[in-house]
Design a binder for this molecule. Structure first.
Ligand code: GLN
Length: 544
């Protein structure tokens, strides 16, 4: 039977609860304990698929096509596993399931209530994941902070679990934040005390408190939290801010969290081995030669919108023993005259996924810049569509070539909806989502990168390459290096007369791992690192 760890948050959000949960997963996996993870999101949306990236950050797509919270990406990267739709539960899903049951007549005669109906539905999701995964430990992160009105049913369900599955099979971990007062130069524990009080009011006494802080956390502070929050001193775990997220498992291990969890849940564990993480952290902290990569998108003000892309670039740079220097470029800025100045120091360009017309012309300019200056380019989903539009404008000698998404009346819809998508009316969960196979063409840059001929990659888009333009663009030098096995869909394309301009209709960033960079990101950095940028000194010729 699985054991459960519930992780709640106190004081403020955005202190890295997701990374902490992912790191607990790392510590358990490193002891050969199997883990599965679930994120509970208290909002009323069924999934984050229709939310703006400014509201929510990246939408992470699972292999089975669920649009989920970006924390699932961290769980997959840190635990090196693939999770499914069962790993993200929202209040919207719970309410719609309950209301559908009520309409069907499942509760005839009864009054439907938060307790027990909603909480039972929530607990079924916990238990379903445990059953399906057969994991030793199911880690459950409750989104938001204790006290949020929408989060109450999730906390109540978590409380009931201790009674349902037994005291020794459930652990409650609370992640809080210790604010720093500059005037008195001290960290304050009062907000933590209040959030623990709030948890207790609901009936949850935390077993472990993880304290985030931007300053070193003294022994005195640990004592104080231990006393006021009624938690053993060894169970007050300091987690000061570190320079890379990949250090977090090491800091938590050093503070004794791994062993503590093992002891408290009486798990049978092997000796831990975090060598791979130590090496990763030391490479990320070393000052290595940087590679300048321009990320041209429209949500760049919120870097979380491109979380997996940033991480995939970082994994690839580590592989090549380099540091990544990301140039965040707002695509609208490129639309101004002389707007390509920010691209001049780029050794590689990425155009990531996105929706809507804003900033598209700037992205197209970035693709023109990459093509004409022979700068390595990787297009991800929308980035492929942008590369195709740019190449079509050049080949057909018409600025009218476009995607039907951005110009429904274009005479050259090189990117268009498939007939089955034209019939779709609902916006939520109706795109091409999740894993689809892609057959790679031998000899292409894409096939070389992957080193295999059939790959499965995750999709999230409505529009596709329009096959009516296939032969025309092919004659001009576009290579279709990845196709759906029946040949009907273009999944990867590249340019023949360019060092490395490769794009994919899927999202390879979701599959990258710290120890296993995704092949396309790895090769982008591999080529980009040797590109000399404006002002860079070329090596002197050897004279005997
Ligand atoms: N907007 C494009 C489409 O729907 C691309 C989507 C994406 O980049 N994820 O096809």
């Amino acid at each position: 039977m699985s054991k459960y760890i519930f992780v709640t948050g106190g004081v403020v959000s955005s202190v890295g609860k997701g990374i902490t949960v992912a790191s607990i997963g790392t510590l358990l996996k490193s002891r050969q304990i199997t883990v599965s993870v679930q994120k509970l999101d208290p909002y009323l949306n069924v999934d984050p698929g229709t939310m703006s990236p400014y509201q929510h950050g990246e939408v992470f797509v699972t292999r089975d096509g669920a649009e989920t919270d970006l924390d699932l990406g961290n769980y997959e990267r840190f635990i090196d596993a693939e999770f499914t739709a069962d790993s993200n539960v929202t209040s919207g899903q719970i309410y719609s399931a309950i209301i559908a049951k009520e309409r069907r007549g499942d509760f005839l005669g009864g009054t439907i209530q938060i307790v027990p109906h909603l909480t039972t539905e929530i607990k079924e999701r916990f238990k379903r994941l445990a059953e399906k995964s057969q994991a030793d430990v199911v880690l459950i992160e409750i989104g938001g902070t204790v006290g949020d009105i929408e989060g109450q049913p999730f906390l109540e369900a978590a409380r009931q679990m201790r009674k349902d599955v037994g005291r020794d099979n459930v652990l409650y971990i609370h992640v809080t934040f210790l604010p720093y007062l500059t005037a008195t130069q001290e960290l304050k524990t009062k907000p933590t005390q209040h959030s623990v009080n709030e948890l207790r009011r609901i009936g949850i006494q935390p077993d472990i408190i993880i304290c985030r802080g931007d300053h070193p956390i003294s022994e005195g502070i640990r004592d104080k939290i231990s006393l006021f929050c009624d938690v053993e001193r060894e169970a007050v775990i300091p987690l000061p801010t570190v320079s890379t997220i990949y250090e977090v498992p090491l800091v938590l291990e050093e503070a004794g969290l791994g062993q503590l969890v093992i002891d408290r849940l009486s798990l049978k564990a092997k000796r831990t081995d975090l060598k791979q993480w130590q090496e990763l952290a030391s490479r990320l902290n070393a000052s290595l030669e940087p590679v300048n990569i321009a990320l041209v998108g429209k949500y760049v003000e919120l870097q979380d919108a491109y979380f997996s892309v940033r991480e995939a670039l970082c994994h690839a740079a580590v592989y090549h023993n380099r540091n990544i220097n990301l140039l965040w470029i707002q695509s609208e800025d490129l639309e101004k005259d002389g707007g390509d100045a920010p691209l001049r120091s780029a050794q590689g360009i990425i155009v990531p996924g996105g929706f809507g017309v804003r900033g598209i012309e700037g992205m197209i300019k970035a693709a023109t810049y990459a093509r004409t200056n022979e700068i390595p380019y990787l297009g991800l989903c929308l980035g492929l569509q942008v590369m195709v539009i740019e190449f079509a404008r050049y080949t057909l000698d018409s600025t009218k070539a476009n995607s039907a998404e951005f110009d429904p009346t274009t005479p050259y819809p090189v990117i268009d909806l498939l007939p089955e998508q034209k019939r779709v009316k609902d916006k939520g969960g109706t795109m091409r989502l999740g894993n689809y196979p892609c057959q790679l063409v031998p000899g292409s840059r894409a096939a070389k990168a992957y080193g295999q001929s059939l790959v499965y990659e995750r999709h999230r888009h409505r529009f596709e390459f329009n096959n009516e333009f296939r032969s025309q663009l092919q004659e001009a030098g576009m290579i279709y290096s990845g196709l759906s096995p029946d040949g009907s869909l273009v999944e990867v394309c590249e340019l023949a007369n360019h060092p490395w301009m490769v794009s994919c209709q899927f999202h390879p960033e979701f599959g990258s791992r710290p120890s296993r960079p995704h092949p396309l990101f790895r090769d982008l950095i591999g080529v980009a690192k040797d590109v000399l940028r404006e002002g860079a000194q070329p090596p002197l010729p050897f004279s005997p």
